[in-house]
Design a protein around this ligand. Sequence first.
Ligand code: GTR
Length: 410
Amino acid sequence: MACHCIGQQSFPSNTDESKVQSYTLPDVLKMPNGKQVSSGKEWEKIQRPYIYHLYEEYQFGRFPATETAIRFRVLEVNQNAFDGVATRKQVRIYLHPTDTTVYTDVLMYIPNKIKTPPVFLGLNFSGNHIIATDKNIILSNKWVFARAKGAINNRATEASRGTDTASWQVRTILEKGFALATAYYGDFEPDTVTGYKTGIRTTMKDVLNIQPNEWTAMGAWAWGLHKIVDYLEKDKSIDAHKIALLGHSRLGKAALWAAASDQRIALIISNESGEGGAAISRRWYGETVQIINAKFPHWFAASYKRYGDSVNALPVDGHMLLSLMAPRPLYVASAEEDTWSDPKGEFLSAYEAGKVYALLGKKGIGANVMPGLHQPVGKTVRYHIRSGKHAVTAYDWTQYLEFAARWFKF
Ligand code: GTR
């Protein structure tokens, strides 16, 4: 047993499969009245909203019910990006009706050869400028982590450009005929305990009719994606019916919550989203509810913290979050060395969510036996585990592009 220290306190964490105790998952098809869901209609009308609200109550906080209209300004368009392969577009989305300092900048690359292509959407970790070496990407001037590459005094510098190209594989995405849209998650809320004070949970609270403590940083990032989808629906250069949302790690958790909250997102990819994302919390392996709440108290609802040492009583678990993606195509991926995210827990969760997909006439992952490395399994719900560490790699992108191409008949 390894002990994970946060400040003076240490929390137990485990990576020994033989020490994982048995657990019982909440039955995703058991309705509040005790009966089993027996039709797709019952799922849509009763069970899905019920599970969604459990997530609002116990994990992510309330998702703003007040819809707002966005305004946007195209800051820049250039048809010669990536040696003429793509059009680069940078769009500022104003989130607040009057305060023009509340915005997110979306960077898009759209393949020139394809008319209204499907689009991959994903938040990035420290500014749009990290995803490609393209010098024309506007350098974010928002707060970033001190550890972000090239950062000085928590701000990006020229040295920050192109520091995460490996995670984005833009050229490959374009070659396969997809567009890409990305924005910095810190545009919505800086990822710190006090980040809400300068983020949209404060700046938008009167517009959205929600107090900062009624929702969470994860909720803010998910809502940010929701607003980008509003924009994509207005952008005639891409097909907004074919939005594939990809999220890695903490942004995988945010992506799952965004897709649970916004069904315009047509396809979802959880890349190593781990605890609080795809993984099964009841499995004592890797990160735990207790650890994640101690380390990142701003990510989740206060009620989630009550389950740190009684995880078996938690009304939700990863398979229920994944079931909120149904019937949309869902890809869950793990990495062998990423034990912190609990690959087996991610797999089992994807497998379990298959019950809801089956109810809706879709095929999940057939067997509950984990596949070997680099052997993707499943149809509408797909899963792979690859060798290597916690990251988004070229291998992952190859699978996601193939998956999206198949589902978008593209
Ligand atoms: C870790 C955290 C994980 C995961 C990861 C990341 O520190 O414990 O839940 O979200 O960060 O986002 O890279």
